[in-house]
Design a protein around this ligand. Structure first.
Ligand SMILES: Nc1nc2c(ncn2[C@@H]2O[C@H](COP(=O)(O)OP(=O)(O)OP(=O)(O)O)[C@@H](O)[C@H]2O)c(=O)[nH]1
Ligand SMILES: [Mg+2]
Length: 361
């Protein structure tokens, strides 16, 4: 039994790590002329932990180029130091060379996945227009009119009209201000970015953003659809043609389909490998150890073999039980509440199982 549990743990970890490979962090390029509020905007949306205060209003740029801010959920390239009225062709070339170099990288994880092109004040330069209309892929581009608290409504309208001449669509133009000026439009910029970022990168971006806790919680709740699909598939495997009824020996009642399901749910709800090892696996081992026929017989009258219907119901109940735990752990983490180790025990699971079974019937 000990060995079987260790094998089950290894199997879960292996599948979990394979699933985690689908969780990728996006690269966002933020560019525009110097002093127009790019770094402040990044800090407002992605938080002070990512962008230190001394990066803002840093005065004369020391080097021409890009600052990089990164953590496990996001990487930002923040251009700086391009003076308006300076050498515009150098600005243009530096940005377009950077984009070309990135998009030519063989690994898509090194590409630019989203661009926030920042403009402030009341002037759109030819260089701005040229970059907007020719250098960036339109499906990755958002034009951000920063420091909008300094603009009158008529000035905003004039700016928007001017930018529309580049051919960009209207919903890709947003007005923002930084945290100190009311964070106008920043949630909208986060939402639009989330919609535009390719699917594999969305979860990491949502985890990275620090401006909209409600949106984070909603994104966790919205995972229920994917959890449901995975549970339905595991139930189909457990009950399908060729599924062998488990004979009533003291074998583990955890099947490969169930291990795969648990690993998938852990990665879906963003458990990190460390959390998986320290919190989830010991619990799962405990559950696997207890989920033996002899322990279950006390609760569930199986007859002489575990029928396919019982195996299906057990799989579904286990899936939803684990899903519920992982979902509430993810939400507690967002709210900054203490995330306790999942407190799974066999009698709560059995109560859950029986409720689930009755409810289902
Ligand atoms: N009124 C107002 N001021 C802002 C806003 N955002 C930034 N600022 C101020 O504008 C100045 C420049 O902001 P930064 O965020 O450093 O600008 P940047 O685009 O990163 O500048 P470079 O790194 O030099 O290219 C700072 O003094 C900010 O406090 C805003 O939304 N409204
Ligand atoms: Mg800056």
């Amino acid at each position: 039994m000990e060995q079987e549990i260790r094998d089950a743990e290894q199997e879960i970890l292996k599948r979990f790590e394979a699933d985690r490979k689908n969780y990728k962090r996006p690269n966002i390029l933020v560019c525009g002329y110097t002093g127009n509020g790019k770094t402040s905007l990044i800090q407002t949306i992605l938080g002070k932990e990512l962008v230190a205060q001394d990066k803002i209003g840093a005065g004369k740029p020391v080097t021409r180029g890009f600052d990089v801010y990164e953590n496990e959920n996001v990487r930002i390239w923040d251009s700086r130091g391009f003076e308006m009225g300076g050498d515009e062709s150098a600005f243009h070339d530096q940005i377009s060379d950077f984009v070309r170099e990135r998009q030519n990288a063989p690994d898509v994880e090194e590409h630019v996945h989203l661009v926030w092109y920042a403009i402030s004040g009341v002037r759109v330069t030819d260089c701005d227009k040229h970059l907007i209309s020719t250098v960036f892929d339109p499906k990755h581009l958002i034009v951000v009119l920063t420091k909008c608290d300094t603009l009158r409504p008529s000035q905003r309208e004039a700016m928007k009209k001017e930018i529309l001449t580049t051919g960009i669509s209207e919903e890709r133009i947003l007005f923002t201000s930084d945290a100190e000026s009311g964070s106008i439009g920043c949630k909208e910029l986060m939402e639009l970015s989330y919609r535009m970022i390719p699917d594999a990168y969305k979860d990491a971006f949502m985890a990275a953003q620090a401006i909209d806790m409600e949106a984070k919680i909603k994104a966790v709740q919205a995972k229920k659809g994917k959890a449901n699909a995975a549970i339905v598939a595991a139930v189909a495997t457990a009950t399908g043609v060729g599924a062998v009824p488990l004979p009533l020996s003291d074998a583990l009642l955890i099947t490969p389909a169930q291990l795969g399901l648990i690993a998938y749910l852990a990665s879906l709800y963003g458990l990190k490998t460390e959390a998986m090892k320290t919190a989830a696996l010991p619990f799962l081992a405990k559950m696997a150890g207890k989920l033996t026929v002899s322990s279950l017989l006390k609760f569930i009258p199986f007859g002489s073999v575990v029928s396919s219907a019982v195996a299906g119901t057990l799989t579904a109940a286990m899936g939803w039980y684990v899903q519920g735990k992982f979902e509430s752990m993810a939400i507690a983490k967002i709210k900054g509440e203490p995330v306790s180790e999942p407190n799974f025990d066999i009698s709560t699971f059995m109560t859950y199982y029986n409720n689930y079974k009755d409810h289902k019937e």
